[in-house]
Design a protein around this ligand. Structure first.
Ligand SMILES: Nc1nc2c(ncn2[C@@H]2O[C@H](COP(=O)(O)OP(=O)(O)OP(=O)(O)O)[C@@H](O)[C@H]2O)c(=O)[nH]1
Length: 300
């Protein structure tokens, strides 16, 4: 039989579990009377390259050349700035204050222009000469089955980074990690039939040229660089005629992990808004427990 419980009031319940009355409080409660440790000026030996906050979750609005053209997604923010050897600490609350001003002002619309404004304003708010922001988010896009044309949503992990330095200006870079199918050329060559294939993850880190203002969607361009060079694309919805096409396309386009990074590099080389790039591919091998990896970097 269930035991009947006579619940004490909530305050009593808290006492039962160890809560006590507030003690004597002698320290000031007004902001102006509180010591401001972080603003202490002294020789603290080293200048700090980056101090700030990371792992800040916030909804953002992103625009995309692929459907859906506008979407709300959850981003993870990292925001930092330098502090000089003679400053004890940064003013941490100002980072989230700055983020909140954008949320209050119609939502954080993620664009390079907005990030330029944001980092400059952040540096000014912090009374520092520089600021950096890194925004990581899943980007969703519609994908159709190659024969049925049935749609579903795929996503890739995207990152935009902006750095501002007073007197120098801005620099920006991006990263996209997307999944593809790779079919082993060696396996195809040596086997009487079939070939092992796996899900590969292509990560492209690109530095943008100074004159890039998102005339073309960098996310779409990088996704195309990875997917059009893979054995086959990944699809959310596949009927039998689609599956036949995807399977045969993979067999017709075998790729080693080395082939992937070189072919993707060639496409990034052709993108006029990319100044420098790094490409990595990681294949989750279906005939091993380990992954096959390759990476290369190039500055134009
Ligand atoms: N600098 C620094 N602050 C930290 C750290 N960890 C937490 N904080 C918190 O950051 C908060 C203070 O933020 P500040 O922006 O300096 O607060 P404030 O001086 O009242 O703010 P302003 O009016 O903008 O000058 C406090 O709650 C600190 O405890 C840390 O490692 N370094």
């Amino acid at each position: 039989m269930t035991r009947k419980i006579e619940l004490p009031p909530k305050k009593e319940r808290h006492k039962l579990f160890g809560s006590v009355e507030p003690g004597l409080k002698l320290k000031p409660t007004e902001k102006e009377k509180m010591p401001d440790l972080q603003n202490t000026k002294k020789d603290f030996l080293f200048t700090i390259d980056a101090v700030g906050i990371s792992n800040v979750k916030q909804p953002i609005i992103i625009e995309s050349e692929l459907e859906p053209n506008q979407q709300t997604t959850i981003a993870t923010f990292k925001m930092t700035s330098k502090i000089s050897y003679d400053a004890k600490g940064t003013n941490m609350s100002r980072f989230t204050e700055q983020l909140e001003t954008y949320r209050q002002n119609g939502g954080f619309i993620l664009s390079i222009k907005n990030l330029y404004d944001f980092t400059k304003e952040l540096a000014e708010r912090l009374k520092q000469k520089d600021a950096s922001i890194e925004v990581t988010f899943p980007w969703f896009y519609e994908r159709k089955g190659p024969s049925s044309q049935l749609t579903g949503l795929n996503h890739s992990e995207a990152k935009l980074t902006v750095h501002y330095e007073e007197g120098i200006g801005f620099s920006s870079s991006a990263s996209l990690t997307c999944a593809v199918t790779t079919l082993c050329p060696c396996s195809k060559e040596i086997s009487e039939y079939s070939a092992h294939n796996q899900r590969g993850y292509v990560t492209m880190n690109v530095e943008f040229t100074e004159d890039y203002h998102e005339e073309v969607d960098w996310k779409k361009a990088l996704l195309e660089a990875a997917e059009t060079n893979a054995s086959a694309m990944i699809h959310p919805v596949l009927k039998r005629p689609d599956e036949k096409m995807v399977t045969e396309t993979a067999y017709e386009n075998p790729r080693f992990v080395e082939d992937m990074v070189r072919l993707v590099a060639a496409d990034l080389y052709e993108l006029s808004f990319v100044k420098a790039f790094q490409v990595e591919c990681r294949n989750e091998e279906s005939i091993h427990l380990h992954d096959a990896i390759a990476s290369l970097s190039y500055r134009k």
